[in-house]
Design a protein around this ligand. Sequence first.
Ligand SMILES: [Zn+2]
Length: 304
Amino acid sequence: MQNYKNTFSQANYELQSHFSTNLMRNTLSHALLFQGLDPEKNNQFLLYLSAMLLCHDAQNKPCLNCQSCQLVFLNGHPDLTVIKPEKKTSGIKIESIRDLNEPVYRSPQLGCHRVVMIQCAEKMNVAASNALLKLLEEPPDNVYFLLQAAQLSTMLPTVLSRCQIWRIGDESANYLELNDFIGAMRSDDPDLAKVIDNLPALFADLELVVKQNKQQCAVAAKWVDYDLYALATILYWINAALIKSLLGQPNPVSQLTPLLPHLTLPILFNQIDKLNTIMRRLNQSIAINALLTIEDFLLGYQVV
Ligand SMILES: [Zn+2]
């Protein structure tokens, strides 16, 4: 295990590329500690990293699409253990760390790794810290420990010395304005080009459906003019961008920002599933009623 300290500030996306490269090379430290003042954002980042470690896709980790990725974000992955204080004001007790002793030595159920995520690690009491230290000194095979802490001053130096420490600073904004997006998506395919030419209207329609939860039928009647495969391709890109934004990555299109407060990860994963099904059926030349399919898709943005 590497036990050197590496403390500096980086934008999140640079961190991600660092971790994915090291994961590919099998040189990722088995104990990573992320310090930052925004626990919510940092925890989302840790979930993202967990998905990267547990994802089944060989190339594109996290794919955000496989069973493992989805289970991570639905808080139901059998190889991901999350430890946090029971209440905001309470500490992390030794029992929580002792409970790890059994699962970390079991083989992973779905893939090759297990992940232990410890939120608010600065709230571990001394006994809990020492119990964790034992695990970090002789880490079980294929287990990654991801720790999040608001500050390091209350943590045991011996625990810190076993972790690679990263400071998560302010995210640098990386907005791609609509015109750049259209330029980047420019396509020779006339069906795709037709959807891209109408992106501003498409975003406006989507905002109506997502924010006000109405007009699904009227919007579907409009969108049925597009080639369904081309429409699904663009909607796939938009939903993937929304997922990444909800996970705290820079939002590539500022026009999508107003939608974010009205969406959740399960809704968006469900929409991605629907788009996958639509594209698979079209690829297999299965007849589809485009109007009903689009209506059904748009209704999927409702919070149940
Ligand atoms: Zn995946």
